[in-house]
Design a protein around this ligand. Sequence first.
Ligand SMILES: *Cc1c(COP(=O)(O)O)cnc(C)c1O
Length: 387
Amino acid sequence: MEEPVYFDHAATTPVDERVIDAMLPYFRTSYGNPSSIHSWGQQAEHALESSRQLVADVLKARAEEIVFTSCGTESDNLALRGTALAQKRTRGAKYILISPVEHPAVSQTAKQLAREHGFVVEYLPVDNFGRVHPSEVEATICAETALVSVIYANNEIGTINPITEIAEICHRKGVPFHTDAVQAAAHLPINVEADKVDLLSIGAHKFYGPKGVGALYVRRGTTLDAVQTGGKQEAGLRAGTQNIPYIVGLARALQLARMECEPRSARMILLRDRLIANVLELVPRAHLTGHPTQRLPNHASFVFEGVDGNHLLMLLDMAGFACSSGSACKVGSPQPSEVLLAVGVAKSWALGSLRVSLGKDTTLEQVERLVEHLPKLVEQARGHKHG
Ligand SMILES: *Cc1c(COP(=O)(O)O)cnc(C)c1O
Protein backbone atom coordinates (compact mmCIF):
# COMPACT_ATOMS: atom_id res chain seq x y z
CA MET A 1 0.00 0.00 0.00
CA GLU A 2 1.26 3.48 -0.88
CA GLU A 3 1.88 6.16 1.75
CA PRO A 4 -1.31 8.08 2.55
CA VAL A 5 -1.33 11.67 1.27
CA TYR A 6 -2.32 14.72 3.31
CA PHE A 7 -4.43 17.08 1.19
CA ASP A 8 -5.93 19.15 4.00
CA HIS A 9 -3.48 22.03 4.48
CA ALA A 10 -6.32 24.55 4.71
CA ALA A 11 -7.39 22.78 7.91
CA THR A 12 -3.91 22.73 9.38
CA THR A 13 -0.28 22.15 8.42
CA PRO A 14 2.58 20.20 9.99
CA VAL A 15 5.05 22.30 11.96
CA ASP A 16 8.18 23.11 9.93
CA GLU A 17 11.35 21.62 11.47
CA ARG A 18 12.97 25.06 11.39
CA VAL A 19 10.07 26.39 13.44
CA ILE A 20 10.42 23.61 16.00
CA ASP A 21 14.15 24.40 16.28
CA ALA A 22 13.37 28.06 16.91
CA MET A 23 10.84 27.18 19.62
CA LEU A 24 12.74 24.55 21.63
CA PRO A 25 15.06 26.86 23.63
CA TYR A 26 12.00 28.65 25.01
CA PHE A 27 10.65 25.43 26.47
CA ARG A 28 14.00 24.20 27.76
CA THR A 29 16.09 27.08 29.04
CA SER A 30 14.57 30.52 28.39
CA TYR A 31 11.34 29.71 30.18
CA GLY A 32 10.94 32.98 32.07
CA ASN A 33 7.80 35.07 32.32
CA PRO A 34 8.27 38.15 30.10
CA SER A 35 6.69 40.31 32.83
CA SER A 36 9.38 39.34 35.38
CA ILE A 37 12.24 41.69 36.26
CA HIS A 38 15.10 39.15 36.46
CA SER A 39 17.29 37.87 33.65
CA TRP A 40 14.97 34.95 32.80
CA GLY A 41 12.18 37.43 32.41
CA GLN A 42 14.35 39.73 30.32
CA GLN A 43 15.26 36.90 27.97
CA ALA A 44 11.61 36.03 27.50
CA GLU A 45 10.71 39.69 27.04
CA HIS A 46 13.43 40.00 24.43
CA ALA A 47 12.12 36.97 22.53
CA LEU A 48 8.60 38.37 22.73
CA GLU A 49 9.52 41.80 21.44
CA SER A 50 11.80 40.51 18.67
CA SER A 51 8.97 38.22 17.54
CA ARG A 52 6.60 41.18 17.55
CA GLN A 53 9.05 43.18 15.44
CA LEU A 54 9.50 40.29 13.03
CA VAL A 55 5.75 39.84 12.54
CA ALA A 56 5.38 43.60 12.10
CA ASP A 57 8.18 43.69 9.50
CA VAL A 58 6.59 40.89 7.49
CA LEU A 59 3.14 42.54 7.53
CA LYS A 60 4.59 46.05 7.02
CA ALA A 61 3.20 47.20 10.35
CA ARG A 62 4.76 48.68 13.50
CA ALA A 63 5.65 46.44 16.41
CA GLU A 64 3.16 48.19 18.72
CA GLU A 65 0.36 47.33 16.28
CA ILE A 66 0.76 43.56 16.78
CA VAL A 67 -1.26 41.80 19.51
CA PHE A 68 -0.48 38.13 20.15
CA THR A 69 -3.47 35.86 20.80
CA SER A 70 -4.12 32.17 21.28
CA CYS A 71 -5.38 31.48 17.72
CA GLY A 72 -6.95 32.90 14.60
CA THR A 73 -10.37 32.52 16.17
CA GLU A 74 -9.37 34.64 19.15
CA SER A 75 -7.94 37.30 16.84
CA ASP A 76 -11.27 37.45 14.99
CA ASN A 77 -13.16 37.61 18.30
CA LEU A 78 -10.98 40.41 19.65
CA ALA A 79 -11.27 42.36 16.40
CA LEU A 80 -15.05 42.12 16.16
CA ARG A 81 -16.09 42.25 19.78
CA GLY A 82 -13.41 44.73 20.80
CA THR A 83 -14.20 47.12 17.94
CA ALA A 84 -17.98 46.77 17.99
CA LEU A 85 -18.22 47.44 21.72
CA ALA A 86 -15.83 50.41 21.51
CA GLN A 87 -17.71 51.89 18.55
CA LYS A 88 -21.01 51.49 20.36
CA ARG A 89 -19.65 53.04 23.54
CA THR A 90 -17.97 56.00 21.85
CA ARG A 91 -20.43 56.85 19.08
CA GLY A 92 -23.50 54.68 19.38
CA ALA A 93 -22.76 52.74 16.20
CA LYS A 94 -24.84 49.59 15.91
CA TYR A 95 -24.47 47.94 12.48
CA ILE A 96 -21.97 45.16 11.83
CA LEU A 97 -21.36 44.67 8.15
CA ILE A 98 -19.97 41.26 7.14
CA SER A 99 -20.08 38.93 4.14
CA PRO A 100 -22.16 35.73 4.13
CA VAL A 101 -18.99 33.70 3.48
CA GLU A 102 -17.11 34.46 6.70
CA HIS A 103 -15.46 31.84 8.88
CA PRO A 104 -17.63 31.01 11.94
CA ALA A 105 -15.04 32.81 14.11
CA VAL A 106 -16.38 36.01 12.52
CA SER A 107 -20.00 35.14 11.70
CA GLN A 108 -20.82 33.55 15.06
CA THR A 109 -19.17 36.43 16.92
CA ALA A 110 -21.26 38.91 14.93
CA LYS A 111 -24.42 36.92 15.71
CA GLN A 112 -23.63 36.89 19.41
CA LEU A 113 -23.02 40.65 19.37
CA ALA A 114 -26.47 41.00 17.83
CA ARG A 115 -28.13 38.69 20.35
CA GLU A 116 -26.49 40.04 23.46
CA HIS A 117 -25.43 43.59 22.74
CA GLY A 118 -28.12 44.97 20.46
CA PHE A 119 -26.11 45.13 17.25
CA VAL A 120 -27.69 44.54 13.85
CA VAL A 121 -25.76 42.28 11.48
CA GLU A 122 -25.99 43.20 7.81
CA TYR A 123 -24.76 40.88 5.07
CA LEU A 124 -22.99 42.16 1.98
CA PRO A 125 -24.03 40.33 -1.19
CA VAL A 126 -21.42 38.10 -2.86
CA ASP A 127 -21.18 36.98 -6.48
CA ASN A 128 -21.14 33.33 -7.58
CA PHE A 129 -17.42 33.15 -6.85
CA GLY A 130 -17.94 34.36 -3.28
CA ARG A 131 -16.49 37.81 -3.89
CA VAL A 132 -17.70 40.97 -2.21
CA HIS A 133 -17.87 43.87 -4.64
CA PRO A 134 -16.58 47.17 -3.25
CA SER A 135 -19.63 48.96 -4.67
CA GLU A 136 -21.84 46.89 -2.34
CA VAL A 137 -19.85 48.12 0.63
CA GLU A 138 -20.22 51.68 -0.62
CA ALA A 139 -23.99 51.18 -0.91
CA THR A 140 -24.48 49.62 2.53
CA ILE A 141 -22.03 51.39 4.85
CA CYS A 142 -23.47 54.27 6.89
CA ALA A 143 -22.62 56.60 9.75
CA GLU A 144 -23.90 54.06 12.26
CA THR A 145 -21.77 51.18 10.96
CA ALA A 146 -19.58 49.96 13.84
CA LEU A 147 -17.27 47.90 11.67
CA VAL A 148 -16.94 46.04 8.38
CA SER A 149 -15.37 42.58 8.25
CA VAL A 150 -14.65 40.74 5.00
CA ILE A 151 -12.60 37.56 4.72
CA TYR A 152 -9.33 38.03 2.81
CA ALA A 153 -9.26 34.56 1.23
CA ASN A 154 -11.98 32.03 1.81
CA ASN A 155 -11.20 28.78 3.62
CA GLU A 156 -13.96 26.78 1.91
CA ILE A 157 -13.82 27.98 -1.68
CA GLY A 158 -10.42 29.67 -1.89
CA THR A 159 -11.65 32.97 -3.38
CA ILE A 160 -9.57 36.09 -2.72
CA ASN A 161 -11.49 39.32 -2.05
CA PRO A 162 -10.61 42.84 -3.30
CA ILE A 163 -9.54 43.85 0.22
CA THR A 164 -7.71 47.07 -0.67
CA GLU A 165 -10.70 48.55 -2.50
CA ILE A 166 -13.06 47.63 0.34
CA ALA A 167 -10.67 49.01 2.95
CA GLU A 168 -10.39 52.27 1.03
CA ILE A 169 -14.14 52.82 1.18
CA CYS A 170 -14.25 52.06 4.92
CA HIS A 171 -11.33 54.41 5.47
CA ARG A 172 -13.08 57.20 3.62
CA LYS A 173 -16.24 56.68 5.72
CA GLY A 174 -14.27 56.50 8.97
CA VAL A 175 -15.46 52.96 9.74
CA PRO A 176 -12.95 50.39 11.05
CA PHE A 177 -12.26 47.55 8.62
CA HIS A 178 -11.26 44.06 9.73
CA THR A 179 -10.18 41.19 7.53
CA ASP A 180 -9.74 37.54 8.48
CA ALA A 181 -6.44 36.73 6.76
CA VAL A 182 -5.93 33.38 8.47
CA GLN A 183 -5.85 31.53 5.13
CA ALA A 184 -4.37 34.40 3.13
CA ALA A 185 -1.33 34.93 5.35
CA ALA A 186 -0.06 31.48 4.46
CA HIS A 187 0.19 32.32 0.76
CA LEU A 188 -0.13 36.00 -0.08
CA PRO A 189 2.34 38.83 0.55
CA ILE A 190 0.11 40.74 2.96
CA ASN A 191 0.98 44.38 3.44
CA VAL A 192 -1.30 46.21 5.87
CA GLU A 193 0.00 49.59 4.72
CA ALA A 194 -0.82 49.00 1.06
CA ASP A 195 -4.02 47.13 1.93
CA LYS A 196 -5.16 49.98 4.20
CA VAL A 197 -6.82 47.59 6.65
CA ASP A 198 -7.35 48.55 10.29
CA LEU A 199 -7.48 45.06 11.77
CA LEU A 200 -6.14 41.79 10.37
CA SER A 201 -6.19 38.29 11.89
CA ILE A 202 -3.66 35.51 11.40
CA GLY A 203 -3.12 32.07 12.97
CA ALA A 204 0.20 30.19 12.92
CA HIS A 205 -0.96 26.65 12.25
CA LYS A 206 -2.14 27.48 8.74
CA PHE A 207 1.45 28.34 7.74
CA TYR A 208 3.57 25.57 9.27
CA GLY A 209 3.60 27.09 12.76
CA PRO A 210 2.17 25.58 15.95
CA LYS A 211 -1.54 25.38 16.76
CA GLY A 212 -2.85 27.61 19.51
CA VAL A 213 -1.19 30.91 18.65
CA GLY A 214 -2.29 33.83 16.51
CA ALA A 215 -1.93 37.56 16.11
CA LEU A 216 -4.12 40.53 15.44
CA TYR A 217 -2.83 43.59 13.64
CA VAL A 218 -4.46 46.73 15.09
CA ARG A 219 -3.73 49.96 13.22
CA ARG A 220 -2.56 52.81 15.44
CA GLY A 221 -5.52 54.90 16.53
CA THR A 222 -8.07 52.07 16.28
CA THR A 223 -9.98 51.84 19.55
CA LEU A 224 -10.66 48.38 20.95
CA ASP A 225 -12.27 47.32 24.20
CA ALA A 226 -10.36 44.49 25.88
CA VAL A 227 -12.13 41.16 25.62
CA GLN A 228 -9.92 39.30 28.06
CA THR A 229 -9.19 41.26 31.21
CA GLY A 230 -6.49 40.79 33.82
CA GLY A 231 -2.83 41.86 33.61
CA LYS A 232 -1.45 44.53 31.33
CA GLN A 233 0.02 42.20 28.70
CA GLU A 234 -0.37 43.02 25.01
CA ALA A 235 -1.02 46.71 25.67
CA GLY A 236 -3.94 45.80 27.92
CA LEU A 237 -5.88 44.23 25.04
CA ARG A 238 -5.18 40.61 25.83
CA ALA A 239 -4.38 39.77 29.44
CA GLY A 240 -2.51 36.57 30.26
CA THR A 241 1.13 35.47 30.31
CA GLN A 242 2.32 35.24 26.73
CA ASN A 243 3.17 31.83 25.29
CA ILE A 244 6.74 32.63 24.31
CA PRO A 245 7.71 29.38 22.50
CA TYR A 246 4.57 29.54 20.38
CA ILE A 247 4.94 33.24 19.66
CA VAL A 248 8.56 32.63 18.58
CA GLY A 249 7.23 29.80 16.39
CA LEU A 250 4.54 31.98 14.83
CA ALA A 251 7.07 34.69 13.97
CA ARG A 252 9.56 32.22 12.46
CA ALA A 253 6.83 30.44 10.47
CA LEU A 254 5.48 33.73 9.12
CA GLN A 255 9.00 34.82 8.16
CA LEU A 256 9.55 31.53 6.28
CA ALA A 257 6.15 31.78 4.59
CA ARG A 258 7.08 35.20 3.30
CA MET A 259 10.65 34.35 2.29
CA GLU A 260 9.47 31.26 0.41
CA CYS A 261 6.16 32.67 -0.76
CA GLU A 262 7.00 32.94 -4.47
CA PRO A 263 8.51 29.50 -5.11
CA ARG A 264 5.87 27.81 -2.92
CA SER A 265 3.03 29.57 -4.74
CA ALA A 266 4.46 29.00 -8.20
CA ARG A 267 4.74 25.25 -7.59
CA MET A 268 1.34 24.91 -5.99
CA ILE A 269 -0.49 26.93 -8.65
CA LEU A 270 0.77 24.53 -11.33
CA LEU A 271 -0.37 21.50 -9.32
CA ARG A 272 -3.66 23.16 -8.36
CA ASP A 273 -4.58 24.08 -11.93
CA ARG A 274 -3.68 20.65 -13.18
CA LEU A 275 -5.80 19.06 -10.45
CA ILE A 276 -8.76 21.31 -11.21
CA ALA A 277 -8.57 20.71 -14.98
CA ASN A 278 -8.26 16.95 -14.55
CA VAL A 279 -11.11 16.63 -12.04
CA LEU A 280 -13.49 18.69 -14.17
CA GLU A 281 -12.53 16.63 -17.20
CA LEU A 282 -12.70 13.16 -15.63
CA VAL A 283 -15.55 13.42 -13.12
CA PRO A 284 -19.05 13.79 -14.60
CA ARG A 285 -21.41 16.38 -13.03
CA ALA A 286 -18.60 18.24 -11.26
CA HIS A 287 -18.16 21.99 -10.73
CA LEU A 288 -15.35 24.11 -9.37
CA THR A 289 -16.44 26.28 -6.43
CA GLY A 290 -14.89 29.69 -5.89
CA HIS A 291 -13.02 31.82 -8.39
CA PRO A 292 -11.02 30.07 -11.16
CA THR A 293 -7.99 32.39 -10.88
CA GLN A 294 -8.51 34.79 -7.96
CA ARG A 295 -8.02 31.95 -5.50
CA LEU A 296 -5.49 30.66 -2.98
CA PRO A 297 -2.51 28.99 -4.73
CA ASN A 298 -2.99 25.71 -2.87
CA HIS A 299 -6.77 25.49 -2.94
CA ALA A 300 -9.03 23.38 -5.17
CA SER A 301 -12.69 22.96 -4.24
CA PHE A 302 -15.48 21.17 -6.01
CA VAL A 303 -19.10 20.09 -5.75
CA PHE A 304 -20.40 16.84 -7.24
CA GLU A 305 -24.09 16.40 -7.89
CA GLY A 306 -25.85 13.65 -5.97
CA VAL A 307 -22.93 12.82 -3.69
CA ASP A 308 -22.86 12.53 0.09
CA GLY A 309 -19.70 14.54 0.75
CA ASN A 310 -18.95 12.87 4.07
CA HIS A 311 -19.20 9.46 2.49
CA LEU A 312 -16.82 10.54 -0.25
CA LEU A 313 -14.33 11.77 2.38
CA MET A 314 -14.50 8.36 4.04
CA LEU A 315 -13.87 6.56 0.75
CA LEU A 316 -10.97 8.91 0.03
CA ASP A 317 -9.53 8.28 3.47
CA MET A 318 -9.70 4.52 2.93
CA ALA A 319 -7.93 4.99 -0.39
CA GLY A 320 -5.17 6.97 1.36
CA PHE A 321 -6.18 10.60 0.78
CA ALA A 322 -6.93 13.05 3.60
CA CYS A 323 -9.28 15.70 2.17
CA SER A 324 -12.05 17.87 3.52
CA SER A 325 -15.55 18.95 2.63
CA GLY A 326 -14.44 22.54 3.15
CA SER A 327 -16.51 23.40 6.18
CA ALA A 328 -16.28 22.12 9.70
CA CYS A 329 -18.97 20.52 11.90
CA LYS A 330 -20.47 18.25 9.28
CA VAL A 331 -20.53 15.10 11.36
CA GLY A 332 -24.02 13.74 11.91
CA SER A 333 -26.94 15.02 9.89
CA PRO A 334 -25.64 16.45 6.63
CA GLN A 335 -26.35 20.17 6.26
CA PRO A 336 -25.24 22.00 3.13
CA SER A 337 -22.55 24.59 3.80
CA GLU A 338 -23.87 28.13 4.25
CA VAL A 339 -20.98 29.42 2.18
CA LEU A 340 -21.92 27.22 -0.78
CA LEU A 341 -25.59 28.21 -0.51
CA ALA A 342 -24.53 31.88 -0.35
CA VAL A 343 -22.66 31.56 -3.66
CA GLY A 344 -25.72 30.02 -5.29
CA VAL A 345 -24.88 26.31 -5.29
CA ALA A 346 -28.05 24.15 -5.34
CA LYS A 347 -28.60 21.99 -2.26
CA SER A 348 -28.36 18.72 -4.23
CA TRP A 349 -24.86 19.77 -5.27
CA ALA A 350 -23.78 21.52 -2.07
CA LEU A 351 -23.95 18.29 -0.04
CA GLY A 352 -21.30 16.82 -2.32
CA SER A 353 -18.48 19.25 -1.60
CA LEU A 354 -14.78 18.41 -1.65
CA ARG A 355 -11.81 20.59 -0.74
CA VAL A 356 -8.31 19.54 -1.72
CA SER A 357 -5.69 21.85 -0.22
CA LEU A 358 -2.09 21.32 -1.24
CA GLY A 359 1.01 21.91 0.87
CA LYS A 360 4.45 23.29 0.11
CA ASP A 361 5.78 19.74 -0.19
CA THR A 362 2.94 18.20 -2.20
CA THR A 363 4.27 16.45 -5.31
CA LEU A 364 2.95 16.02 -8.83
CA GLU A 365 2.93 12.26 -8.28
CA GLN A 366 0.59 12.69 -5.29
CA VAL A 367 -1.78 14.88 -7.29
CA GLU A 368 -1.77 12.40 -10.17
CA ARG A 369 -2.56 9.58 -7.79
CA LEU A 370 -5.58 11.48 -6.46
CA VAL A 371 -6.78 12.25 -9.98
CA GLU A 372 -6.50 8.57 -10.83
CA HIS A 373 -8.64 7.45 -7.87
CA LEU A 374 -11.19 10.25 -7.56
CA PRO A 375 -13.54 9.48 -10.51
CA LYS A 376 -14.35 5.96 -9.34
CA LEU A 377 -14.69 7.06 -5.71
CA VAL A 378 -17.19 9.77 -6.70
CA GLU A 379 -19.17 7.17 -8.65
CA GLN A 380 -19.06 4.88 -5.64
CA ALA A 381 -20.31 7.69 -3.40
CA ARG A 382 -23.10 8.40 -5.88
CA GLY A 383 -24.30 4.83 -5.50
CA HIS A 384 -24.42 5.28 -1.74
CA LYS A 385 -27.86 6.23 -0.39
CA HIS A 386 -27.80 8.20 2.82
CA GLY A 387 -29.34 6.57 5.90
C1 LIG B 1 -8.54 28.26 10.44
C2 LIG B 1 -9.26 29.55 10.26
C3 LIG B 1 -9.69 30.31 11.35
C4 LIG B 1 -9.51 29.84 12.77
O1 LIG B 1 -8.16 29.84 13.15
P1 LIG B 1 -7.71 28.97 14.43
O2 LIG B 1 -6.29 29.36 14.63
O3 LIG B 1 -7.89 27.54 14.04
O4 LIG B 1 -8.58 29.36 15.55
C5 LIG B 1 -10.32 31.51 11.11
N1 LIG B 1 -10.53 31.94 9.86
C6 LIG B 1 -10.14 31.25 8.78
C7 LIG B 1 -10.38 31.80 7.42
C8 LIG B 1 -9.50 30.03 8.94
O5 LIG B 1 -9.13 29.33 7.87
